[in-house]
Design a protein around this ligand. Structure first.
Ligand code: F6R
Length: 608
């Protein structure tokens, strides 16, 4: 959460900072700001509340010439959304932007007797302390930053310019990410790769316990303890510039929904050899997979739902305990880990702080870690023993879409291989399973033709305040995900229930016209689900039925019906996801909301 950018080079830094903040805006958009050296080497600061477009308007009016500056887009943690709380924060020589939370800021305030602050943020405390150290050390940036790092508890990425050091940027990080590159226009530092993609094919991951110093065409790293220089090898950036564009689509979300056939192909193909799942790319051996006797998945939000789908499909097949845990709970629990426990963190960004903490906890208990991650070189991928990358390309819209389906596909490949190695699937069953998975990109493409009926549904939903999703087994997990997507971008209060649970309380909320979206893709339990639909229909709910095209149901049961292709129910989650994603997208659109940047949210959740 919060996006940081810094640039020092030979062209207008304000333009680079604004472009960077626009591409980082999905990390937070409560307020934004920049500090930059002008042509007289004086630092100017411009801040405003709201989205980066507001800042852009102010910057367009600023005539200063600048080649070096830092910028920030904020997701509020400490302190409300206001100009005073917007970054950068200034104290004396120090101009500082921060992503993270300083957990001990109250005791630091006492320790350094800090009384009068402009903002109510934890960040300003860091700026004040750093300025104190800077003046005490005769304006030594490295020593003062090193001292600051020893004082602060919590997670952070800080980027600093000092008033008396034009063209220089300093930064440090703990847990929260920072990446940096040298390009032909200068040196750039950013919270993530999306802001670097236009400038270079190589980048550095700023290591924890190091200070990075950016000069116009130089990047230097120093050990944060002894301040000795460190040499780092750059990583290769293999995302194209086009992949972060909207490509003619009105929003990133709809672009990313439509990218799913390609994303799935790119994820499935490299992991199949003659229709048999293969993880030699990741050095994951059959012996290792065979030895696993307990799987614990840790993830948040949509990524957690991907884990739940895989648990639901494979627990009955592999017949070992497979459990998906909410990472923010798991990290404070005492997990039962034995020597053959495999822990699978799932994350699009690879930077979700609760998932990282769960990974660290599991590691400390001796578990082997195999992560499923989309962003290469992210913290989770680096901290894991093994990492399977999902090849979805950059996901920019805050609501996750393509990352979800590729995560499920990856888990299906992995778990079917484990099932086979443990003699729980025959080779023929394994091959048939993989062949069905290979059909999914086409099935998804076919599902896009439901667009018309979904637009009608959106017109109906737009006037509703409440909505329910119901389903059983995998369709219940699809309900959880459908409800999350709908509430997050349309702001319609939506709950998901295991259909059989409704009559244990929730059915009291069903009144005339309340939309109930029922998902029915499993023939073994279709009649049970349809009985639950009858029960809410009897209370005059408006039924929207997402159902396998071959299943029978009473013709007047539903107000809207969205059929999906006749498919093995274990794979129905794929077309169903497309439908629930489109329902959320078009409803948000009908309501005139900001689809890609829903309120109060940010893409990478790097705070607890
Ligand atoms: C919902 C959504 C979130 C993320 C969650 C985990 O649409 O995007 O629920 O799935 O914040 O993020 P990652 O996958 O980056 O760990």
């Amino acid at each position: 959460m919060c996006g940081i950018i810094g640039f020092t080079g030979n062209i207008d830094s304000k333009r680079i900072l604004i472009d960077g903040l626009e591409s980082l805006e999905y990390r937070g958009y409560d307020s934004s700001g920049v500090s930059f050296f002008n042509e007289k080497n004086k630092v100017e600061t411009i801040k405003c509340v709201g989205k980066v477009e507001n800042l852009k308007k102010l910057i367009d009016k600023n005539l200063s010439i600048s080649n070096c500056g830092i910028g920030h887009t904020r997701w509020a943690t400490h302190g409300n959304v206001s100009i005073e709380n917007a970054h950068p924060h200034k104290s004396g020589f120090v101009n500082l932007v921060h992503n993270g939370i300083i957990e001990n800021y109250i005791s630091l305030k006492d320790k350094y007797d800090i009384k009068n602050t402009i903002s109510s943020t934890d960040t300003e405390i860091a700026a004040i302390i750093l300025n104190k150290f800077y003046t005490e050390t005769n304006n030594d940036p490295l020593v003062s930053i090193s001292r600051l790092s020893k004082e602060i508890k919590g997670t952070y990425a800080f980027c600093v310019i000092f008033d008396d050091r034009p063209n220089e940027i300093f930064a440090i990080r703990k847990v929260n990410p920072l990446v940096s590159t040298i390009s032909n226009i200068g040196s750039i530092i950013s919270s993530d790769l999306t802001a670097l993609i236009p400038y270079s094919k190589e980048y550095y991951i700023v290591p924890e316990d190091s200070i990075i110093k950016l000069e116009q065409y130089k990047i230097k790293f120093y050990n944060i303890n002894n301040l000795e220089r460190i040499n780092l090898t750059p990583c290769e950036l293999n995302w194209s510039n086009d992949s972060t564009m909207k490509d003619g689509y009105p929003h990133y979300m709809i672009k990313e929904i439509y990218e799913q056939p390609k994303a799935l192909e790119n994820t499935i193909r490299p992991h199949l050899k003659n229709h048999i799942p293969d993880f030699s790319l990741e050095n994951i051996t059959d012996e290792f997979l065979k030895s696993i006797d307990n799987i614990q998945i840790v993830a948040c939000g949509t990524a957690l739902h991907a884990g739940l789908v895989a648990c639901n499909v494979f627990s009955p097949i592999i017949k070992i305990p497979i459990t998906a845990y909410v990472a923010s709970e798991y990290r404070y629990s005492e997990p039962l880990i034995t020597k053959n426990t495999l822990v699978i963190p799932i994350s699009q960004s690879g930077e979700t702080v609760d998932t990282i903490a769960s990974l660290s906890l599991a590691k400390s208990y001796g578990a082997k870690i195999l992560s499923v991650v989309n962003v290469r070189s992210s913290t989770i991928s680096r901290e894991s023993d093994f990492c399977i990358f999902t090849n979805a390309g950059p996901e920019i819209a805050v609501a996750s879409t393509k990352a979800y389906t590729v995560q499920i596909a990856t888990l299906f490949l992995l778990f079917s291989k484990i099932a086979y190695l443990k003699n729980m699937m025959t080779i023929d069953e394994l091959i048939n399973f993989s062949k069905t998975l290979e059909l999914i990109p086409q099935i998804i493409t076919d599902t896009f033709s439901s667009d018309k009926i979904i637009k009608e549904i959106a017109k109906f939903l737009k006037f509703k305040n409440d909505c329910f999703y119901i389903g059983r087994l995998q369709d219940y997990i699809s309900s959880l995900e459908g409800a999350l997507k709908l509430k997050e971008i349309s702001y319609i209060h939506t709950d998901a229930y295991a259909a059989g649970e409704l009559k244990h309380g929730t059915i009291a909320l069903i009144t005339q016209g309340i939309p109930v979206i029922a998902i029915d893709t499993n023939i073994n339990i279709s009649s049970k689900l349809l009985s639950n639909v009858e029960e809410v229909k009897a209370r005059e709910a408006a039924i929207i039925l997402i159902i396998n095209e071959k299943f029978e149901y009473k013709k007047d049961l539903a107000k809207f019906v969205v059929p999906i292709k006749d498919i093995d129910y274990r794979f129905a989650v794929f077309p169903v996801s497309i439908i629930t994603q489109l329902i959320a997208y078009y409803t948000s659109l009908e309501k005139g909301l900001d689809v890609d940047k829903p309120r109060n949210l940010a893409k990478s959740v790097t705070v607890e």
